[in-house]
Design a protein. Structure first.
Length: 396
């Protein structure tokens, strides 16, 4: 073989050898990672807020002494349930009864005077046509009759007033509810120059839940409603679900019944109030409760598993596999959680394939293959690790 032919053969052999070396390297390139995705579907979801409020009685009435006297007896049991009109205290009625007797005596005297004046006036009227009495005497008789009639009315009013005061000796409950601790004891002088507080009766079924929201938040909600992304419920339709101290949900829902038309200049908040049934008297006025307020409905919102949402200095974001099969980042606006999922109010579009599992394997701009994410396939915390597969036996 000549030298040129030998050189050509060596060159071809080297080229074939280089091609044979490159082919395994090209085959060793890793395939795109496989990730579990969920399809973003717009929904109409409840608009909820986690808030804190304070309970107060539905009605609270101060029971006060309306007449002066010595307190004789406390009739009710402190802390018990009392009915409207039930007697709670008894004030010594002796002086009040004497005042009534005095007023009734004055009324009897006034009626007797009226009877005499009326007889005199009647006689003068019958004699006046015959000129047996002068016109002056007739006028005096008629005036005396009118004065006596007015005195009778005045005496009747005094009797009615004395009878009312005597009735006030029996201090009754103005409402049905729980009667509190007595503020005075037997033998105390009450109502002397001041309306003495005796006790307080509170109606605790239902209860009021008093809370507030910032004016900025309410303005944002109303602006969103104008855009059509929200539908706020009005008074009587907004519901509240109270949480008990042990974390369980209270058995009864409340409804919003009042919202202040003005902003408190001291706090910059708007006062709101809900009515909450309390038939079993589990809740007590004065305590703070946490609750979830359903303010209306949110349109075109998305629910995503918690694993799909990530955070950095820019805020919340998700990784989405685009139509070209490549991974892109989408910044989202989160609006709390519902049923263990993140609620996304903006940043996503219907049909987006959001990556839930395999996030650690993807890179923005790189391709990825997708499969539907299965919640039950997610690793459970505390699950036992699988044993490694045994190594294959060596062949001789």
């Amino acid at each position: 073989m000549t030298a040129p032919l030998r050189l050509l053969a060596l060159t071809c052999a080297a080229t074939i050898s280089l091609a044979a070396c490159k082919k395994p390297q090209e085959q060793a390139a890793p395939p795109p990672p496989e990730v579990g995705v969920v399809e973003a579907k717009p929904q109409t979801l409840p608009l909820q807020r986690e808030l804190v409020g304070r309970l107060s009685p539905y009605r609270s009435a101060d029971v006060r002494a309306r007449v002066a006297g010595v307190l004789q007896k406390r009739v009710y049991e402190e802390g018990s349930n009392v009915k409207e009109g039930q007697e709670l205290f008894l004030i010594d009625p002796a002086q009040l009864r004497a005042a009534l007797n005095e007023a009734e005596g004055a009324l009897a005297s006034a009626r007797a005077t009226l009877a005499n004046a009326r007889a005199t006036a009647t006689r003068a009227r019958s004699l006046a046509p015959q000129k047996y009495v002068s016109q002056s005497d007739l006028d005096n008789a008629v005036a005396a009759e009118r004065s006596a009639a007015a005195a009778v009315q005045q005496a009747e009013a005094a009797v009615a007033n004395a009878r009312i005061n005597l009735g006030y000796a029996r201090v009754t409950s103005p409402i049905t509810g729980l009667a509190g601790k007595a503020q005075v004891t037997e033998g105390a002088l009450v109502g002397q120059g001041d309306v003495t507080l005796l006790t307080t009766v509170d109606q605790i079924d239902p209860l009021y839940v008093n809370f507030s929201m910032t004016a900025d938040e309410l303005s944002a909600l109303r602006a969103a409603q104008d855009k059509g992304t929200l539908a706020l419920a009005g008074d009587g339709k907004t519901t509240v679900q109270v949480n008990l101290p042990d974390g369980s949900a209270y058995a009864h829902e409340g409804t919003l019944d009042f919202s202040s038309p003005t902003v408190d200049p001291a706090t910059g908040a708007v006062s709101l109030r809900a009515v909450l049934p309390n038939p079993d008297r589990i809740l007590l006025p004065g305590s703070f409760v946490s609750f979830k307020a359903n303010l209306g409905a949110r349109n075109n919102a998305f629910l995503l598993p918690q694993q799909a949402v990530q955070r950095d200095t820019r805020g919340g974001y998700v990784m989405v596999v685009g139509a070209d099969g490549k991974v892109v980042r989408k910044d989202v606006v989160l609006d709390g959680q519902q049923s263990g999922s993140w609620l996304v109010s903006s940043g996503l579009a219907g049909g987006d394939k959001v990556i839930v599992s395999g996030l650690q394997k993807v890179k923005e701009g790189a391709p990825a293959t997708t499969k539907p994410w299965q919640p039950q396939a997610a690793a459970q915390p505390g699950a036992p690790a699988q044993a490694p597969a045994p190594a294959p036996a060596k062949k001789d």
